[in-house]
Design a protein around this ligand. Structure first.
Ligand code: GLV
Ligand code: MN
Ligand code: MN
Length: 413
């Protein structure tokens, strides 16, 4: 057959995504499929079943990463790999992550039903805990696989209720026996929604990110002094929440102070004992700093850290600061990025180069093998929210770009 004419089934991709969206589906039309929960297990089970239906060999490694392998004609050659993540944010959307796993599955289904033989084997991957929302940090499955994170350190991470990562991995039945370590890969493509507004603003269908910003995560723990709010005078209080509030405003001001080209966010806070008539004595909050410029991000942290310490001192609320996670900015392989735009041109889809402000497992894959991503527009630029949405025609278009990028790579000798 003329492989140039090969196309995925947009309808099948849609129904697969709709079926997955029922697992952890929320009343607001999104999904909540936090990593290593029962919903994650259910979605993984479904994915494994679908892999087996198209004769993929399934392996699960000791981090719970799931690999589905489709043999090629020359299985001694390193495979072409593609995938993303099945886990979601709390009250997240129906596309983030899952599109890249189900998109790669749709590509494999298309090859399977058309009996297409490739030179190289092809591998679909579902990376464990991309989101980092239940267990920080993010992208730990790909991070351990790439050798950038320590397996046992990740195993010991705890969620907000004190549950250990490794125990939850065992509980859902996905602590595999295969060592989690990188193996030779010819190239890696990750298909994802843009999660920002640029494709829509520029009226383009396909985005080819040149790379991903650096991601730096910090955790700040403040200790104050609890007391009855009525009788305690305003002076001399050690109010951990007020100290945190001042620090959070410093985070908000940071990008402006550094002259732009970065973003900084506090997204999570716990306040104890969280009662309206007790002065808070314990606060934990997170800081997320991202930039294309690793040094700028580090310099901004130095300034912020000094502010945090000064504010903590002024309020008499000592701060414990944890530098939880750093991933350098990740420029993708230029040839692979170019292939995304070339394939999009060949298929008649408008396209543009861009950068990814969102983190992806592709950052770590890029440390192991040539890597690129394929983006499709997010309606209204909204993501990590229940109303996250992407037009089905765009999902289909992006999946066709993925098909032909993977096919070209898998036919290489
Ligand atoms: C992952 O979704 C991130 O960008 O934080
Ligand atoms: Mn994602
Ligand atoms: Mn996400």
């Amino acid at each position: 057959m003329d492989l140039k004419k090969l196309r995925v089934s947009g309808k099948r991709l849609q129904s697969t995504l709709e079926e997955m969206a029922k697992i952890g589906g929320t009343a607001g039309g999104g999904v909540q499929r936090l990593t290593l929960t029962d919903e994650d297990r259910q979605a993984r089970d479904r994915f494994v079943k679908w892999l087996k239906e198209i004769d993929c060999e399934v392996t699960v490694d000791e981090m719970g990463n799931i690999f589905g392998r489709r043999p090629g004609q020359n299985n001694a050659l390193p495979p072409v790999m593609s995938g993303s993540h099945i886990d979601s944010q709390p009250k997240g959307g129906r596309f983030d992550g899952i599109l890249g796993v189900m998109g790669a599955l749709e590509v494999m289904r298309t090859l399977h039903e058309n009996k297409v033989q490739t030179e190289r084997p092809m591998v679909i991957v579902d990376w464990t805990n991309e989101e980092g929302s239940r267990f920080a940090p993010a992208m730990v499955g790909s991070g351990v696989w790439a050798g950038a994170l320590q397996r046992d350190w990740v195993y010991d991470r705890r969620d907000i209720t004190g549950k250990r990562f490794e125990e939850e991995l065992i509980r859902i039945g996905y602590k595999g026996t295969v060592p989690c370590q990188k193996f030779p890969v010819h190239c890696y493509y990750e298909f994802h929604i843009e999660q920002g507004p640029m494709l829509e603003r520029q009226n383009k269908r396909i985005g080819a990110p040149k790379g991903i910003l650096c991601l730096h995560w910090y955790d700040i723990y403040l200790t104050g002094e609890a007391n009855q709010v009525g009788p305690t005078p305003m002076d001399g209080r050690h109010d951990a929440l007020v100290a945190a509030a001042e620090m959070i405003l410093k985070v908000r001001e940071l990008p402006g102070r550094m002259g732009g080209n970065m973003v900084a966010t506090v997204g999570e806070i716990q306040n104890y004992p969280n009662s309206r008539n007790i002065i808070p004595d314990r606060v934990h909050f997170t800081v997320d700093i991202r930039s294309w410029d690793d040094d700028l991000a580090l310099k901004s942290w130095d300034l912020l850290r000094a502010d945090v310490e000064a504010i903590a001192g002024r309020h008499g609320c000592p701060a414990k600061i944890e530098e939880t996670w750093r991933v350098n900015h990740s420029p993708f392989d230029e040839k692979l990025v170019q292939r995304v735009t070339e394939v999009a041109d060949e298929l008649g889809y408008s396209n543009m180069l861009w950068v990814s402000g969102a983190g992806h497992d592709a950052s770590y894959a890029n440390q192991v093998c040539p890597t690129a991503m394929i983006f499709v527009p997010s309606i209204g630029g909204r993501s990590h929210v229940e109303i996250e949405n992407t037009r089905w025609e765009d999902c289909e278009a992006g999946c066709n770009v993925l098909l032909h990028c993977l096919l070209k790579a898998a036919l290489e000798k």
